[in-house]
Ligand binder design. Structure first.
Ligand code: IMP
Length: 458
């Protein structure tokens, strides 16, 4: 018999169900705000890095979080960047400064795990040159995520503690290594003059000579020291005291971007599912103890950036309408996203591997009066119902079977403040998703404003 596990009350995990950009930021922000009315709340990020983009609206301004989990705008919140994340120091400092300015909170509580791995301009340059030797992918976000995580597998990662302890001889070795790697790929390229994207007004910078590279890091080191620590004891204490401290754990990216569960080559480098939380916290947080583990999906469609050919791609006229109405452009890269119909075979698969026990549904307001909602209920190959499998050559063979569902009134749903007031068609739709995925829908959003979030139970 399966052993029953303890549930740690006052804890919620939020993850992307499909291919990212599902609106996790707003949900994390809302749940964190609710907890913070009663308890100090920790918003913990276990994976990903500057590739992420969680958009939150605060004080009338839309703000895209990249490395910080979306809790900076919540009073009474401590934001923690976990060991499983990769951190770009210059971008992080810029992001902290921008968020301080928008929130008016000049003294935010931020903790960076001293064991978080560094993702540097060298990684961005290397990724750029490597891309010229690869084919097939529309590419990464260009933020050096893959090379930074690869450093762990290759057993030479630099960590936040190397930076704050000023171990710059290690950074010199790192620079030389990446210089050699890039030269090995293309002997005519000089790493120092490669331009890489950075956060901030300029938007890009050169990697610079070894001295310049080290000096840039020295310039941010002092400013990041107050935020960097061994967070083990803090997590241990706050997690154990479930009646005194609340937790929201925000996964970055989404299940369909996980290297194991997504379609190569459009996958990221970190584990994007709930079990990664246990690894990032060195076993302190058993992911199965998290009370609510909510995977977030968009109501009537999904979006993705990549070269993978998904079976349920929508016609361009609908795609461009949705892109405009829902601002479907990458929060980190501003790239237009592909729009696909809701794909239940993929969702059934992701729900099995993600570790979620609840569903959150965003963008309930993206509906059109004259267009029924089309969802893919099954895949067929040669007349036989088959599963989603994370493989492009498999997906090329499948034929999606669609069902059309009545749409609902956009005005009505946008104005609704509680579940009772949403249109009946929308309620039926939530029931259908819940039944198909065998998980309850517990939260929906019906607009981009902070207050347009409704708790539900299907
Ligand atoms: P990387 O994470 O920069 O290595 O990019 C790998 C793949 O993941 C690319 O297809 C990216 O577009 C996608 N990706 C990475 N982060 C996000 C995200 O936060 N939202 C959506 N797609 C993402």
């Amino acid at each position: 018999m399966e052993q029953l596990r303890d549930i740690r009350i006052n804890s919620t995990g939020v993850g992307g169900f499909i291919w990212g950009d599902e609106g996790k930021g707003k949900i994390t922000d809302q749940i964190g705000t609710d907890y913070a009315k009663k308890y100090p709340v920790t918003i913990y990020g276990p994976n990903g890095g500057p590739n992420a983009g969680h958009t939150v609206e605060a004080n009338g301004v839309k703000f895209a979080f990249h490395q910080l989990p979306s809790g900076m705008f919540i009073e009474n919140a401590t934001v923690v960047l976990g060991k499983g994340k990769v951190v770009h120091p210059q971008d992080l400092l810029e992001e902290i400064n921008q968020a301080k300015e928008i929130s008016g909170n000049t003294n935010p509580s931020i903790k960076i795990d001293c064991k978080a791995v560094l993702s540097l301009n060298t990684h961005r340059a290397f990724e750029q040159v490597l891309k010229t030797r690869q084919n097939g992918s529309k590419g990464s976000t260009g933020r050096g995520i893959g090379p930074a995580y690869a450093d762990i597998l290759l057993r030479h990662p630099l960590r936040m503690r190397d930076l704050i302890l000023g171990r710059f001889d290690e950074f010199e070795k790192h620079y030389d290594l990446y210089n050699d790697l890039i030269k090995g790929l293309d002997k005519d390229v000089n790493m120092a003059t490669i331009e890489v994207p950075i956060l901030g007004r300029e938007g890009k910078t050169e990697v610079g000579t070894k001295e310049e590279f080290i000096n840039q890091l020295k310039a941010v080191k002092e400013k990041l020291i107050p935020f960097t620590e061994d967070v083990y004891d803090y997590i241990n204490e706050t997690w154990k005291n479930e009646n005194k401290y609340a937790y929201v754990i925000e996964l970055a990216q989404a299940t369909g971007l996980d290297p194991r569960w997504g379609v190569y080559p459009d996958v990221t480098a970190s584990d994007t599912t709930f079990p990664t939380i246990t690894a990032s916290t060195e076993g302190l947080i058993n992911w199965q103890e998290i009370e609510h583990r909510i995977s977030i999906m968009k109501a009537t469609y999904s979006s993705s950036v990549g070269s993978r050919k998904l079976p349920t791609t929508t016609p361009e006229n609908l795609a461009s309408k949705i892109r405009n109405d829902a601002n479907e452009y990458g929060a980190t890269t501003n790239r237009p996203r592909d729009i696909v119909y809701l794909d239940l075979p993929a969702l059934r698969f992701f729900s099995k591997v993600s570790g979620a026990n609840e569903i959150g549904i965003t963008h309930m307001d993206i509906v059109y009066p004259d267009t029924p909602i089309k969802i893919c209920t099954d895949y067929q190959v040669n007349g036989r119902i088959v599963n989603y499998r994370p493989d492009q050559e498999w997906l090329n063979q499948v034929t999606p079977i669609y069902q059309e569902i009545p749409t609902w009134d956009r005005e009505l749903i946008t104005r609704a403040e509680k579940y009772e007031n949403i249109p009946q068609e929308a309620k039926d739709y939530l029931q259908l998703i819940s039944k198909e995925l065998k998980l309850p829908v517990t939260i929906i959003t019906n607009g981009s404003k902070r207050e347009q979030t409704i708790n539900v139970t299907t």
